[in-house]
Structure formats: structure tokens, C-alpha cells
Ligand binder design. Structure first.
Ligand code: ADP
Ligand code: ADP
Length: 226
């Protein structure tokens, strides 16, 4: 089975605009995969549909074989998502944001606390555990989003433009963190409009433009063709 399989995915927004025109994508278990394309290509729409934040118009999406139409709760359990925008409660404490998220997956409070501590430590936020999220720097907020996405230990982690607006130092440390997660077996998919980022991190790349996948290849092949 694939970590992520997308077939014939289309999206027409309410205003009639067709943002996705029939996307096909397969990402193998263990892969580090980039969905690369310019702004407006359809990357966030695709990830929004995979994480069931956006309704699709047609097509199929399976996460580790779990179809989001018929088996959404298992699809969600296999998946951690880091959206671009900060969508946590800014007034909540850092540790509560992560622990509460674990509760949504049915993880008992004690285990939720253990997991929250583990991921806040990994992301260098344990010292900030009692700080309201709004007091964090932008880079810390981004790391908080990652800790929250990992608290239920998903097999697939999806990040939408994870290093957009992030300074070079944090970008490097995030890259290292993601590489380490991938080495330990987590499948990772990120979207980016930086070829450099896809090149630095990913084994396989799909290029999306105007709502269509225009190329689906290994990094090695892509670099040979450029
Ligand atoms: P859906 O089809 O998923 O319900 P909608 O078409 O209802 O999505 O759009 C959701 C919201 O996003 C609307 O309030 C819409 O006005 C707004 N929106 C419209 N155009 C854009 C755009 N280009 N980028 C982001 N948001 C937009
Ligand atoms: P990317 O993530 O690659 O920048 P998006 O998926 O955000 O691209 O957007 C793809 C296209 O869909 C863009 O033309 C964008 O303006 C449009 N779009 C995104 N969200 C909405 C919305 N809610 N309503 C209408 N159009 C939208």
C-alpha cells in the first residue's frame, strides 16, 4: 500500500474556479516527497483535501489504504498535518495545545502528557510549555504546529510550506529534524515553491502547476533533466 494515493482529484471552488484538474499522485511508505510548484498551483488545496479541511469535487484519496470518504477516522489517525497558517488558540498554553490535540485522537490524558512532553522537547519548546502561544516567536509557533501534528505519532506527516517566512537558521534545524523523523520511519510530504528545498530534502518530487501534475519523478532524474 501507498502512504498516500490520490486519483483523479478535482476541486471547483464555490466561485466556479477549477483549482485542481484531475490530480494523480502516489507516495510510497517511507518516502520523503515534495509537491513543488509556484504560488497558486493548487498545493494547499490538495493538502487541504487530504486533511479533510477542504471538500473535494471528485476523485479519491487514500491514506495508508484508508479512503477519506469511507474510512476517515483511520485515515486521520495515520496522518499529521502542519498547515501554513497558525490555527491554534493563541491564548492557550503551549503544553495544553499539544495535549488537547492528543485527546482528539482518543489518547488518554496520561499518555497524551507523555507524548506532548516528548515532542515539545524534540522541538525545543519544553521550556515554553506554560507560555501562552501568542507570546511565542514566529519560528516557535511553527515548531509548535509540528509538535501538535506529531503528538499521536502518525505514520505520515504532511507540511504545507513548512519553511515559508522562517529564517535560515531555523530552516536548517527544521530540515534536520524532518530528515531525522524520516530516518526513523515517518513518511514525509511537504509542499514548497523552492526547488532548493525539494532538492535538499526529498527523494521524490511531483511538480504541480495550474491544478495539474506536470511531472512526477525522482530527484535524481529531475536534476539530470534541468
Ligand atoms: P469550498 O468550495 O471549499 O466551500 P468556497 O469556494 O466556499 O470553498 O471558499 C471558501 C472561502 O474562501 C470563501 O469565503 C471565499 O470567498 C474565500 N476565497 C475566495 N477566493 C479565494 C482565494 N483566491 N484564495 C483564498 N480564499 C479565497
Ligand atoms: P498553492 O498552495 O499552490 O499556492 P492554492 O491551492 O492555495 O495554491 O490555490 C490554488 C488556486 O485556487 C489559486 O488560484 C487560488 O487563488 C484558488 N483558491 C484557493 N482557495 C480558494 C477559495 N477558497 N476560493 C476560491 N479560490 C481559491
Amino acid at each position: 500500500t501507498y502512504a498516500l494515493e490520490i486519483e483523479g482529484l478535482t476541486k471547483n471552488y464555490g466561485d466556479g474556479f477549477q483549482a485542481l484538474k484531475g490530480i494523480d499522485l502516489q507516495v510510497r511508505e517511507g518516502d520523503f516527497f515534495a509537491l513543488l510548484g509556484p504560488n497558486g498551483a493548487g498545493k494547499s488545496t490538495t493538502l487541504g483535501i487530504v486533511s479533510s479541511l477542504v471538500n473535494k469535487t471528485s476523485g479519491a484519496v487514500r491514506v495508508f489504504g484508508h479512503d477519506i470518504d469511507t474510512d476517515l477516522s483511520n485515515a486521520k489517525l495515520s496522518l499529521g498535518v502542519v498547515p501554513q497558517e497558525f490555527n491554534f488558540n493563541q491564548f492557550e498554553k503551549v503544553v495544553d495545545i499539544v495535549t488537547t490535540q492528543a485527546g482528539y485522537y482518543g489518547i488518554p490524558l496520561k499518555a497524551a502528557r507523555v507524548s506532548a512532553e516528548k515532542y515539545l522537547k524534540k522541538l525545543g519548546l519544553w521550556d515554553k510549555r506554560d507560555t501562552p502561544a501568542r507570546m511565542l516567536s514566529g519560528g516557535m509557533k511553527r515548531r509548535l504546529m509540528i509538535a501538535r501534528a506529531l503528538v499521536h505519532e502518525p505514520k505520515l506527516l504532511i507540511l504545507d510550506e513548512p519553511t515559508a517566512g522562517v529564517d535560515i537558521e531555523l530552516r536548517r534545524s527544521m530540515w534536520q529534524f524532518l530528515e531525522e523523523m524520516n530516518r526513523q520511519g515517518t513518511t514525509i510530504i511537504l509542499t514548497t515553491h523552492y526547488l532548493e528545498e525539494a532538492e535538499a530534502l526529498c527523494r521524490n518530487i511531483a511538480i504541480i502547476d495550474h491544478g495539474q501534475i506536470i511531472r512526477h519523478t525522482s530527484k535524481r532524474e529531475l536534476l539530470q533533466q534541468l
